[in-house]
Design a protein around this ligand. Structure first.
Ligand code: ADP
Length: 193
């Protein structure tokens, strides 16, 4: 099974992706996680991405496309994968189409998690508070100023993908405001269709 989870920051993509990993034994390919790992490891990609991510902008398309293309070839993705945080721009979606065609793979669904902007801000504020309570480090881009930039990047650069995949007949929309378990059940209903 090969899926894309589409939605703004705080929509619950990571939470639902983890559940799908356990349920279907497929790999979660999160570009955000991959880039954060590159930043921590201080690789050339990490050095390029660090400041861009910290200010809430998008990393250049060619950088993320190359990371995803390599990651899809790893053995754990052979069974299937969930793309979480990719594609994030129309050029990335087009690159993904070409990449999948060359690899002889096809997508089963593109699932949009739809959530009101006001709810997103509340969720991220809660995520920051919970991290602090646990004594975990807070992501440098999880703060109100950067968040508004991330939401703007979503609106301007990523939300056109909703139309892109709707036109291909691949888009399924789920109410991301529902409780976590209900969102999970709605996704399952789409996947058994
Ligand atoms: P979010 O919680 O905002 O969905 P992610 O963990 O997916 O965040 O990504 C964090 C940051 O990593 C983004 O704000 C962006 O700078 C960078 N990033 C992740 N995926 C991509 C992508 N596909 N294209 C460009 N930049 C990306």
């Amino acid at each position: 099974m090969r899926l894309i989870l589409l939605g703004p920051p705080g929509a619950g993509k990571g939470t639902q992706a983890q559940r799908l990993v356990e349920r279907y034994g497929i790999a979660q390919l999160s570009t955000g996680e991959m880039l954060r790992a590159a930043v921590s490891a201080g690789t050339p990609i990490g050095l390029k991405a660090k400041d861009i991510m910290a200010r809430g902008d998008l990393v250049p398309d060619d950088v993320v496309v190359a990371i995803v293309s390599d990651r899809i070839d790893e053995p754990d993705a052979r069974n299937g994968f969930i793309l979480d945080g990719f594609p994030r721009t129309v050029p990335q979606a087009k690159a993904l189409d070409g990449m999948l065609e060359r690899k002889g793979l096809r997508l089963d669904a593109v699932i949009e998690l739809k959530v009101d902007p006001a709810m997103l801000i509340k969720r991220i504020e809660r995520r920051i508070a919970e991290c602090r309570e646990r004594g975990d480090p807070v992501r440098p881009d999880d703060n109100p100023d950067v968040l508004s930039r991330r939401l703007r990047a979503y609106g301007e650069q990523t939300s056109p993908l909703i139309d892109y995949y709707a036109k291909k007949g691949a888009l399924k929309t789920v109410d991301g405001m529902a409780p976590i378990l209900e969102v999970g059940r709605a996704i399952d209903r789409i996947l058994v269709q």
